[in-house]
Design a protein around this ligand. Structure first.
Ligand SMILES: Cc1cc2nc3c(=O)[nH]c(=O)nc-3n(C[C@H](O)[C@H](O)[C@H](O)COP(=O)(O)O)c2cc1C
Length: 248
């Protein structure tokens, strides 16, 4: 019930206030792709990271590492990534099996992915599928963290890979929800993986660390059309199998 009410309020106001409960944090979190330049103080970022580190991890390994980029180092990283993008320097393969090539996603995920692309590019930005130039112009914004004052690159140890990725996902989710509680917004960004050699060089990543994703953190520009985008979810029965007959 609360969920329905909040969804309606959120859609109506288009300016999510900060969240007080976990439920509110979940319901008001969305990927923000246009940020205001308003800075986020370093001690606030540190506070969020300390809280996120309370996330569970396999045998308390805590395999995550966060590279926080702001100011001039962030600008230099963006320039290097744009140069690599413009030079066609996207790597063909991730360092580890991350996702299928864009034309070989199995169903139903390929369909959901295509639907999301349609909402993002055609409905929200007015960019048609054939307009590669304008699509690229939007995609480029990933690499300046959509204008967020704080960029993060999340890495984990590659040993052990699968459990490290699960742990990193828990850490990432905690960070995104904590940001909401602090009145901040985020966007997780796998697009950085395409340029992991640039990240390796710029952030001096040790061989043992692999890139999980980027994260933009800051204050949403709630007047930007990109931030009006709302994504649907599949209903509970579509992803739940009940083993047992207790219907109370
Ligand atoms: C691991 C991960 C990687 C993502 N990578 C990108 C990305 O590179 N660029 C982007 O604009 N959004 C990215 N997203 C955001 C997803 O598109 C978004 O979470 C999804 O469409 C659901 O929408 P919502 O976050 O607004 O609820 C990523 C999300 C996750 C969890």
């Amino acid at each position: 019930m609360l969920a329905d009410t909040m969804t309606e309020q959120r859609a109506a106001s288009n300016a999510p206030a900060s969240a007080v409960t976990v439920e509110e944090a979940l319901l008001t979190r969305r990927s923000v792709r246009a940020f205001l330049p308003t800075p986020v103080p370093r001690n606030e970022v540190e506070r969020l990271l300390a809280l996120a580190s309370r996330s569970a991890s396999n045998s308390n390994c805590q395999p995550w590492h966060v590279h926080v980029v702001t100011g001039e180092p962030k600008r230099r990283l963006t320039v290097a990534l744009w140069e690599a993008l413009d030079a066609g320097g996207r790597v063909a393969e991730c360092e580890y099996p991350y996702q299928p090539a864009s034309d070989s996603w199995p169903q139903p995920y390929g369909g959901r992915r295509a639907a999301f692309g349609g909402v993002l590019y055609r409905e929200t930005l007015g960019i048609e599928a054939f307009d590669a130039e304008r699509r690229l112009a939007h995609h480029r914004r990933n690499y300046d963290f959509f204008g967020a004052p704080v960029g993060m690159i999340l890495t984990v140890s590659r040993h052990p890979l699968a459990s490290g990725l699960v742990d990193a996902g828990l850490f990432l989710q905690a960070l995104m929800l904590l940001a909401r509680q602090a009145g901040l917004d985020t966007c997780a960004q796998a697009s950085f993986i395409d340029f992991y050699p640039v990240l390796r060089r710029h952030l001096d990543l040790p061989d043992d660390q692999i890139v999980v994703c980027g994260l933009a953190l800051g204050h949403a520009d709630n007047h930007h059309r990109l931030n009006g985008l709302r994504t649907p979810r599949e209903p509970v029965p579509s992803f739940t199998t009940w083993h047992g007959d207790d219907r109370r």
